[in-house]
Design a protein around this ligand. Structure first.
Ligand SMILES: [Zn+2]
Length: 428
């Protein structure tokens, strides 16, 4: 039996419903479609129908409940020609639209609304609005003591919300997950903490080729981590880590111990833009080559980019690790210690992911040394990719096609010789 997270039926079903719905919207008003998120894992064979709330046109402030069923139409259902007109037909009369998604089109019927209310529930707050209002922030003691602040989540409630979000959102592996797209919906009779959660879509579910492959750095995992951090800290986080580090923190070096098999996966375009920006701002970037050995002919993305230091792993004697890719012919192949590196908890880890931060540390040390021994205006130039590359080349020993970084020789030279070497690298 498949594990619950391997079961992509719900995601597949949502994708086909969204595709079908958006195909039938032709008015161009920008309808919003909200999909109710299930807050438990389904492990049965039968999948429940999908519940949707959709805005009506033209004013978009009214909402209609829709239940979507797949392949269960009966002959009396009518084919949908204009979904906008169909939606408005019984609005406010306590009826819900049932849509039948079939291979040959979309069919509809009206049924009493599942919530039995006169008009359907309207969107209340987005998670984003709740965060801005301070619902997850540090408690306002005065309000707490007087018991007058029911909007604040206490730590247990925050954790419960995080777990609910985990169940329902990981279903979708959606890279554009954001607190702005998560709605808490419901009538006032529903207790505040148990309001159903909805995820809003303005177009179909984006297709993801490897949607269920968990991997460090997967954009869907990053956006989910950001959501959890926002709930925990009570603050909106602007997670464009590379741009943030370059612009706000003004860092000298960024190290990335991850890589994508090629540069066409989701999130890679944003990363490429951010790296170009970092490069232009004089930030050095180090990235892991990959540990695929002979099974890959090119380094991972972003290590393969020409302005990124692509780092290979070796042992303490400068021998190339068995998992390294073959060294490239026309590009630098910097190698440093990455085998059996002692990590947190005394566990030893191996691979280019561990060599990369060590290489970045060596570059940071060389940069500091340059600042201590050259005028600041000159030292700063080692933040240019070409200059740091030349310096690392100078300190490397070629071995089996790799440029093994070895700073020992450099520091055996007299101080004046070191200063002259640094200066000469800048003037060629
Ligand atoms: Zn419309």
């Amino acid at each position: 039996m498949k594990k619950a997270w391997e079961d992509s039926r719900r995601r597949d079903r949502a994708a086909s419903v969204l595709r079908s719905l958006f195909k039938h919207i032709r008015c161009g008003t920008g309808h919003e479609v909200m999909l109710k998120l299930s807050d438990h894992l389904e492990n049965g064979t039968e999948l429940p129908s999908l519940d949707i709330v959709m805005s009506l046109c033209p004013d978009l402030s009214q909402w209609q409940e829709i239940e979507c069923l797949i392949n269960s139409r009966n002959p009396s259902n009518t084919a949908v020609r204009n979904i906008c007109a169909d939606l408005g037909q019984y609005t406010g009369q306590g009826k819900g639209l049932v849509l039948f998604i079939e291979e040959d089109g979309l069919f509809s019927a009206w049924a009493p609304s599942p919530s039995q209310t006169e008009s359907p529930a309207s969107p209340k707050d987005t998670l984003d609005e709740l965060i801005i209002k301070g619902a997850f922030g540090p408690p306002d003691l005065n309000a707490r003591l007087s018991g007058s602040d029911p909007t604040q989540y206490n730590p247990q409630e925050k954790r419960a919300l995080a777990v609910r979000l985990g169940y329902c959102l990981m279903d979708f592996f959606d890279v554009n997950l954001s607190s702005k797209r998560i709605y808490l919906l419901g009538s006032s009779t529903v207790s505040f903490r148990n309001e159903p959660l909805y995820l809003s879509f303005k177009s179909g579910l984006p297709g993801a080729a490897e949607s269920h492959i968990f991997r460090v750095g997967h954009p869907a995992l990053l956006s989910f981590a950001k959501l959890l951090l926002e709930i925990d800290s009570g603050k909106i986080i602007h997670l464009d880590a590379v741009k943030h580090a370059v612009t706000d923190w003004n860092v000298d070096i960024i190290t990335m111990s991850f890589g994508f098999t090629d540069g066409s996966e989701q999130g890679c375009d944003d990363l490429r833009d951010a790296i170009l920006h970092a490069h232009a701002s004089g930030t050095l970037i180090f990235a892991a080559a990959s540990n695929a050995g002979a099974h890959s002919t090119a380094p991972a993305f972003p290590a393969r980019l020409s302005n990124v230091f692509c780092i290979y792993s070796g042992d303490g004697m400068g021998n190339s690790a068995a998992t390294n890719l073959t060294a490239r012919r026309y590009a630098p192949n910097f190698l440093t210690l990455g085998e059996a590196v002692e990590g947190a908890g005394k566990k030893r880890k191996s691979g280019t992911s561990f060599a990369t931060p060590i290489a970045a540390g060596i570059a940071a040390f060389l940069l500091l040394y340059a600042y201590q021994n050259l005028p600041p205006g000159e030292a700063r130039r080692f933040k240019e990719y070409d200059k740091m590359r030349d310096l690392l080349f100078h300190l490397s020993i070629e071995r089996g096609g790799y440029n093994v970084i070895s700073v020992g020789e450099f520091f055996k030279r007299p101080a004046e010789a070191r200063r002259i070497l640094l200066a000469s690298l800048l003037h060629r």
